[in-house]
Write a protein that binds this ligand. Structure first.
Ligand code: NA7
Length: 289
């Protein structure tokens, strides 16, 4: 029999991930702060929990994917939070991007209740979430990952065990730091070239045939040239990830001067944007002057 899965956080990523669990035939209990985001899933067979506590109490495997560290603390440890409902022997998988420090605190609290825990942030964007082709960066024990895999396989194609709890989040922050810098660097190159009178298309042409080409730029650079930023990975979340990376660096005495500079650009665009754009909108920094 398939384990019962609880799912908390039906945002841009969580919505399609939960949909894939339902499609794969897992009995699914969902909870989201904004209730209406659960409507389609409930219509198609998922059960709506009254609160995170109930979602946890009904689940063998509970998956959380919410915005940031305060959101996770709220759904786990807040009033009627999941921790009040988690039973010994269950597994909690958190796929939010949070600090490694919070991941370790959650692991400790789980350990005290006899609950297994994996920090398992994902990469692949909304496209990967919809296709069920996410890559999971996992911190925790190999045997816990092995047991959780049949559930995770409904949502992803690759599961990389990186070390003890916290290691998944650490690597995720390193990866997003690189993505943030690549997109920021392209925005600078674009500003340099176009201000000097050469059209953006010429830069793109060369980029496509050079070593400067990368997966992220294949996707983001054309949108940046057009100035269109529909949110696939919202800038507000990349801004949060850069902040978490800088906090981790600070705690370990690691200097990240390029990340500091990029954080300034992302912060300015975040403050000035009235919409909820993709992180590629960091290009607006050079339009604002
Ligand atoms: P979204 O689309 O912004 O979704 C965020 C989700 O987190 C959404 O379900 C939110 O509920 C939920 N949320 C945010 N704050 C809270 C609080 N305080 N309490 C409960 N629930 C909350 O983000 P993505 O799906 O793109 O990304 C999710 C994570 O994966 C994030 O860490 C990324 O960096 C990676 P809402 O629907 O707004 O009521």
């Amino acid at each position: 029999m398939k384990p019962k899965v609880g799912f908390i956080g039906l945002g841009l990523m969580g919505g399609p991930m939960a949909r894939n669990l339902l499609r794969a035939g897992f009995p699914l209990v969902v909870w989201n702060r904004t209730k209406s985001k659960a409507d389609d899933l409930v219509r198609d067979g998922a059960t709506l929990a009254a609160d995170p506590r109930e979602a946890a109490a009904l689940a063998d495997v509970l998956i959380t994917i919410v915005s940031d560290p305060p959101a996770l603390e709220e759904v786990l440890f807040g009033p009627r939070g999941a921790f009040e409902g988690l039973r010994a022997g269950c597994t909690l998988v958190d796929s939010s991007t949070i600090s490694p420090d919070l991941a370790r605190r959650v692991a400790k609290a789980c350990g005290e209740r006899g609950v297994d825990f994996l920090d398992a942030p994902v990469t692949g964007g909304t496209w990967g979430a919809e296709k069920g082709e996410l890559v999971f960066m996992v911190g925790g024990k190999a045997e816990v990952l092995d047991r959780a895999k049949p559930v995770l396989e409904a949502m992803g194609k690759k599961f990389i065990l990186l070390g003890p709890n916290g290691a998944g989040q650490t690597v995720k922050l390193g990866m997003n730091l690189l993505l943030a810098l690549q997109v920021d660097a392209f925005a600078e190159a674009l500003a340099l070239v176009t201000a000097a009178g050469v059209p953006a298309e010429r830069l793109m042409e060369v980029l496509q045939s050079s070593m400067a080409r990368s997966g992220v730029l294949d996707v983001k650079a054309p949108l940046m040239v057009k100035g269109e930023f529909p949110a696939s990975f919202p800038l507000r979340l990349m801004h949060k990830d850069l902040r978490l990376a800088l906090e981790l660096a600070h705690a370990n005495g690691t200097k990240l001067p390029a990340a500091e500079a990029a954080y300034t650009a992302y912060s300015a665009v975040k403050a000035a944007s009235k919409d909820d754009p993709d992180f590629a909108a960091v290009a607006r920094f050079w339009k604002q002057g």
